[in-house]
Design a protein around this ligand. Structure first.
Ligand SMILES: [Zn+2]
Length: 449
């Protein structure tokens, strides 16, 4: 591929501007057809997600892209390359939402990829290898499926990452039916997913770029339209931590004879908050949350010293060692506070999800694209899980573009300015048009992958 085949930034920007009305129309149709009266509900392997897939597939077909669904129902929309045997670039995100979620978490990435391919097609661009937009199933698996599963069921099914038996042990919360049942009912082929080989792998996928709305307020606070993700934080979570003390009369028992589970837990959490400050002061990445904290409503009372507290610990970082050190600190503090206050902490098992580093070569290309297109941006970690992490787990280089979002995510208030979305599409189209070019002389690129 030569530089002559690459559109100029001005031509590319024009073509992207011309493809944005299509994306706006699709966002509006998604809003109208998957609204639930409060927010948007696109249930994974259910009616809402299917409406979104049908809408996007129909748009892609009318644009002349090759449209297919894999055995797990993931939708691919391909602009054919000159060498069809060569692994090509993929870009996209999921089309499902949480119940009563927003219109942009997920859909922004799938529609950005479609808009970028539309712009390249409009320019008559013939890529060296296939360029594929992908709409992934069931990323919000935690909201729709219970039982035993590892989340991100659509991408993990495609990448060959499902655990043995997971197609049966993941059970939809509302219907009680298994993932395999729902996949089949939606017209797909769980037997093929089960038998392997993976539907997607490094032999077909050169790399994966996922555009997504930022789920926090960082870009809005910084006044920047785009972020380039450095890595997706891992998590270390205790779902069933407890502090066990003794229920006694609140008036009759002096302080030294109490086993107060609330005050002991409060001390532990205060100490962990200070430990978090220490980690940050050392320049390490960490976020720490106690999302659930409660006494037993069957047993507690205004005039009772509390005998039990249940809580959760959600520790996240770009480094596994930092999360493990925080876990060790929690255990050390719990033992000390427990002994001093006459209570017993049982923090329970900690479940680890490893961080996923984004590919350095792709990140440098994206930063180069921001410079070429004059898009203000910053690098930043990502705190939530995304399909992009699963691609890295099978050795596919992956990266993420964040788009500023004023309304948080997983709620009906998700907001994204179409102008910011347009900047994301420009960067994505530029990346897809130039990704297979050799790095410019002296630019110091690490080769992607
Ligand atoms: Zn998402």
């Amino acid at each position: 591929m030569t530089a002559a085949n690459t559109p100029s930034p001005a031509a590319l920007s024009r073509a992207v501007a011309e493809s944005l009305p299509l994306a706006e129309r699709l966002f509006a149709e998604l809003q109208a057809r998957t609204g639930d009266g409060v927010g948007l509900t696109r249930d994974a392997y259910g009616k809402g997600e299917q409406i979104a897939h049908d809408l996007v597939a129909e748009a892609a077909r009318s644009l002349g892209l090759e449209v297919r669904a894999d055995a797990a129902g993931n939708l691919t929309m391909t602009l054919a390359g000159r060498d069809r045997a060569r692994p090509g670039w993929f870009s996209g995100s999921h089309l499902d939402t949480v119940p009563r979620g927003g219109n942009y978490d997920g859909a922004a990435g799938a529609l950005a990829a479609l808009a970028a391919l539309t712009a390249l097609k409009r320019l008559g661009h013939r890529p060296a290898a296939d360029l594929t937009a992908i709409a992934i199933r069931c990323e919000e698996a935690g909201s729709w499926f219970g039982g035993r599963h590892g989340g991100h069921l659509g991408s993990r099914a495609a990448l060959g990452l499902l655990w043995p038996g997971e197609l049966d042990s993941a059970v939809r919360l509302d219907t009680g039916k298994s993932l395999a049942w729902h996949m089949e009912a939606a017209g797909f082929d769980p037997a093929r997913v089960r038998s392997g080989p993976p539907l997607l792998g490094p032999e077909r996928v050169r790399g994966f770029v996922e555009l997504h709305i930022e789920q926090g307020p960082v870009l809005e606070a910084a006044g920047l339209p785009l972020g380039i993700v450095t890595s997706i934080r891992g998590s270390l979570r205790a779902r069933s931590a407890r502090c066990l003390g003794a229920y006694t009369h609140s008036g009759a028992v002096p302080k030294e004879l109490r086993h107060d589970a609330v005050l002991a837990t409060v001390e532990l959490l205060g100490e962990l908050d200070r430990a978090w400050d220490g980690v940050l002061a050392r320049g390490q990445d960490l976020v720490f949350t106690v999302g659930k904290l409660f006494t037993d409503p069957e047993m507690h009372g205004l005039s009772k010293v509390p005998g039990e507290v249940r809580f959760t610990l959600d520790i996240r970082s770009q480094e596994t060692a930092t999360m493990r050190a925080m876990e060790a600190e929690a255990q050390r503090l719990a033992a000390g506070i427990g002994a001093r206050r006459g209570v017993r902490f049982e923090l329970g098992p900690f479940a680890l999800s490893e961080p996923a580093a984004m590919d350095r070569g792709i990140r440098e290309r994206l930063a180069e694209g921001c410079r070429a297109l004059a898009i203000p941006h910053q690098e930043m970690p990502c705190g939530a899980g995304h399909d992009a992490a699963d691609f890295t787990r099978v050795g596919i280089p992956a990266a993420m573009i964040f788009v500023r979002n004023q309304g948080g995510s997983h709620n009906p208030g998700e907001r994204m300015e179409i102008a910011d979305f347009g900047e994301g599409v420009r960067l994505l189209a530029w990346f897809l048009a130039t990704a297979d070019l050799p790095p410019p002389a002296g630019a110091g690129f690490a080769k992607a992958g």
